[in-house]
Design a protein around this ligand. Structure first.
Ligand SMILES: *Cc1c(COP(=O)(O)O)cnc(C)c1O
Length: 387
C-alpha cells in the first residue's frame, strides 16, 4: 500500500527543506540507465570536482560522514590506548569514530554560547602523552579556531582532523575548511548543505593517507571492480582489514550535479542568516552565536539561537510548533550526557557545553526559504519569549 507523504502533517515552516532541480534528477536517471551503479566514473568525477573546489590534493568519496570520520581516525593511527580530544557539543558520530578504533575520546569544552566551538585553551589543558589526535568541529559551518589548533597540534606532533560535516565551502582567511589538518571529513546526509541522502567524503593533502583511505574504503583490495572492468587488472589481493564504505554512482551523480549550485545556495543561506541576525538583534532573551562578519566565512548550515533562560526552551519550542507551525531542533544535546557515554565517562564535566546544550534552539534555514516564512519564524519567537 502506498503512503501519501502529502497526508502526513507538515509544519508550515520546516526546519529544512530539500529542493532538487530537473538536472539533478536527470543526472541520477542517466546513471541508472548506464547500468554501472557503484564506484565508477561518476564517483571519480565528483571526487575530482570536490578536490578542486576545496583546493585539496585528494578527495575520497565514502558512504557517510561517519565513515569518513572513522577512516580519518584510522589514518591518524588511532588505536587502543590512544586519546583523541573532541568536543561534546557535536553530533555523536564525532566521538563514536574514536571508539570504533578502540581509542578514548577526551572531551574538551567550547569557548561559550557566543562561539560554541572548541576552546583551544581547554584542548591544550587536555593534551597528555597519549593524545594521538584532535577532532575539531566547525559547528553550523562557522570556522572553529582551526589555525590555533593546527599550530598546537604541529608543535606537539598530534594529528589535527576536521569534522567539516557542516562546512563544505566554508573558509577561514581564504583557505577552505577541511584542508587545515591531516584530513577533513564531510557529510552529504539528507539535511546537510550538500545533501544526497547518504554520503560522505574525506579530503587530504597527504598522498599516503589518501592511498590508505582508498584501500580501507573498499576492503583493502588492491584493485577495484572498475579497474578490472577497464582491463587494468584481473585479480586482487587483500592487504588490510578494510570496510565497505563505498559511495554509489547515483549519489555521486547527484552530488556532482548539486555541487554546481553549492556556492549560490550558500550565498542565499548567508543572506537569510544576516536577515535573521538583524530581525533578532533586539530580542533580549536571546544570544545569537557567532558574528555578522563570521557569516561571510560560513556555509550557514543551520541557524542556532541560545536562550538566556534555558528553562524556557521546551515551552518556546512547543509554542513555535503548535501556534506558528514552525519546526525547530536542538543542535546538540551534549554527547557526554547521553546514556551510552555517561556509562563510559561518568566524570566528564563541561560547564560551557552543558549550558549551550540546554539553551540551544535551531530554527528553520534553507536556501529557498522566503522572507514571509522567515518573518513568521521571527514573529513566533518574539511572541513566545514574551509569554
Ligand atoms: C551529520 C554529521 C556527522 C555524520 O555524518 P553522516 O553522513 O550522517 O554519517 C558527523 N559529524 C557532524 C558534526 C554531523 O553533523
Amino acid at each position: 500500500m502506498m503512503i501519501s507523504m502529502e497526508k502526513l502533517a507538515r509544519p508550515l515552516v520546516p526546519l529544512f527543506d530539500l529542493k532538487l532541480e530537473p538536472g539533478d534528477i536527470e543526472a541520477v536517471t542517466d546513471t541508472l540507465r548506464s547500468g554501472w551503479l557503484t564506484m565508477g566514473p561518476r564517483t571519480a568525477a565528483f571526487e575530482q570536482a570536490f578536490a578542486e573546489h576545496l583546493g585539496a590534493r585528494h578527495a575520497i568519496a565514502v558512504s557517510s560522514g561517519t565513515a569518513a570520520l572513522h577512516l580519518a581516525c584510522l589514518a591518524a593511527g588511532v588505536g587502543p590506548g590512544d586519546e583523541v580530544i573532541v568536543p561534546s557539543f557535536t553530533f555523536v558520530a564525532t566521538a563514536n569514530a574514536v571508539l570504533y578504533c578502540g581509542g578514548q575520546p577526551v572531551f574538551a569544552d567550547i569557548a561559550g554560547v557566543e562561539n560554541p566551538t572548541l576552546d583551544p585553551v581547554d584542548v591544550e589543558r587536555k593534551v597528555t602523552p597519549r593524545t594521538r589526535a584532535v577532532i575539531v568541529v566547525h559547528f553550523g559551518g562557522y570556522p572553529a579556531a582551526v589555525d590555533a589548533l593546527a599550530e598546537l597540534c604541529r608543535e606537539r606532533g598530534i594529528a589535527l582532523l576536521e569534522d567539516a560535516a557542516h562546512a563544505p565551502s566554508a573558509q577561514l582567511r581564504g583557505r577552505k575548511l577541511g584542508t587545515y589538518g591531516l584530513a577533513g571529513a564531510f557529510s552529504f546526509f539528507s539535511n546537510k548543505v550538500l545533501s544526497v541522502g547518504e554520503g560522505g567524503l574525506l579530503a587530504t593533502d597527504d598522498d599516503d593517507v589518501a592511498r590508505r583511505i582508498r584501500q580501507l574504503r573498499s576492503h583493502a583490495m588492491t584493485s577495484m571492480t572498475w579497474d578490472r572492468h577497464l582491463g587494468h587488472a584481473d585479480s586482487y589481493d587483500v592487504v588490510d582489514i578494510g570496510f565497505n564504505y563505498r559511495l554509489d554512482e547515483p549519489r555521486a551523480a547527484l552530488a556532482l550535479s548539486r555541487l554546481a549550485r553549492l556556492e549560490s545556495e550558500i550565498l542565499r543561506r548567508r543572506e537569510l542568516t544576516l536577515r535573521y541576525r538583524e530581525l533578532l538583534a533586539d530580542v533580549p532573551e536571546l544570544v545569537v552565536p557567532f558574528t555578522a562578519d563570521g557569516v561571510s566565512c560560513s556555509s550557514c548550515y543551520v541557524m542556532p539561537l541560545m536562550l538566556r533562560s534555558a528553562e524556557r526552551r521546551d515551552q518556546l519550542r512547543h509554542e513555535l510548533r503548535e501556534a506558528h507551525g514552525v519546526q525547530t531542533s536542538i543542535l546538540y544535546p551534549a554527547v557526554h550526557e547521553f546514556s551510552a557515554y555517561r556509562a563510559r565517562f561518568p566524570d566528564v564535566s563541561l560547564p560551557r557545553t552543558e549550558r549551550a546544550a540546554r539553551s540551544e534552539v535551531t530554527i528553520p534555514l534553507y536556501p529557498h526559504m522566503t522572507a514571509a516564512q522567515q518573518d513568521r519564524v521571527v514573529r513566533g519567537i518574539e511572541q513566545a519569549v514574551r509569554d
